[in-house]
Design a protein around this ligand. Sequence first.
Ligand code: URA
Length: 425
Amino acid sequence: MDAISVIRAKRDKNELTDAQIDWVIDAYTRGEVADEQMSALAMAILLNGMNLREISRWTEAMIRSGERMDFSSLPLPTTDKHSTGGVGDKITLPLAPLVAACGAAVPQLSGRGLGHTGGTLDKLESIPGWRALLSNEEMLAVLRDTGAVICAAGDGLAPADKKLYALRDVTGTVEAIPLIASSIMSKKIAEGTGALVLDVKVGTGAFMKNLADAQELARTMVGLGKAAGVNTVALLTDMSTPLGLTAGNALEVRESVEVLAGGGPADVVELTVALAREMLAAAGVHGKDPADALKDGSAMDHWRRMIAAQGGDPDAELPVARERQVVTADASGVLTSLDAYAVGVAAWRLGAGRARKEDPVQAGAGVEIHAKPGDKVTAGQPLLTLHTDTPERFEYALEALAGGWAVAEEGTPFTPTPIILDRIG
Ligand code: URA
């Protein structure tokens, strides 16, 4: 077998055989297939697609490239959530301890920010002392003791995906449904969770800009999960406007703690509770309702134990940025849109995200939102507060925000977009 014949086959719109897929993933992981050959193949897949058999074989080959975790020694069923990435998407932070408080175990392997979308690990690292890197034994111990763990995937888990994802990021091949589905599901299946809820984001701030593409991605991932014995469902959720009132690392931790204390923005609470109910149902756990666990303090108890078990101080002051700039509304009326992508890019440029993968992030940087679509605004009132340690970044953030919201005359009819747009299971 050789890489050129596999590239040519996909370039010429042929189905790849099982043997071709197994060989190319294995040879790429071992370094026998070069990055430029895999880039060409990824582009051919992006342009010409793969059918379900090919996607499923590709996913299996990526799983086989590394280890599989095993949580069968735990006394509780395991259930996990994966979001395809959004702006202000801090949901994992309150969700993992909330589901643990309701009686399931949550082994949550998470990632860092990618482009304009924030990363759960970057957010949690703003808590003094908190560690994302755990050995498999430490991960299991935290899970056993606190019911939930949020940590980085180890190098042994789907190494083919790690290599391929980094390559796709720099070759314009991220947005291929077969490659996204196999990338996400290879990690989740190798992680060994019994149940999985996918939060597939739709809108300007998401990879999937329209509902039809998001439905296709969700159907593909749900099919891959079920075929591998993972009870998988997907919620398709709105990402045309940021979730909650913050985008940034420490800013989002603060908002998550408000949710765990029984408060927080309504959209974050609604989505957290909906995903928690799905995760518990998928795991077959029917006990306390998640809405009650937010009110009675049990979700907060699990959060504090989970953070402390990973070296964090749940009572520590969170970092704040050195500089702030307020952005005001330029007209009076009803705010009809606040674009998720514009806010995400602004937060990224303020220092909440990275330009290159080795760059540090600023814990305090980001965007605070004072009005959401549907709110009445008055000219001159604060709409956003920008936070950064490096004030020269304000100019670039303001550029990103230009045209990022719309205000219509008071009385203009406004129909809010529901948070949950569809469910596939
Ligand atoms: N997240 C992943 O893990 N993989 C992708 O391809 C896209 C988002």
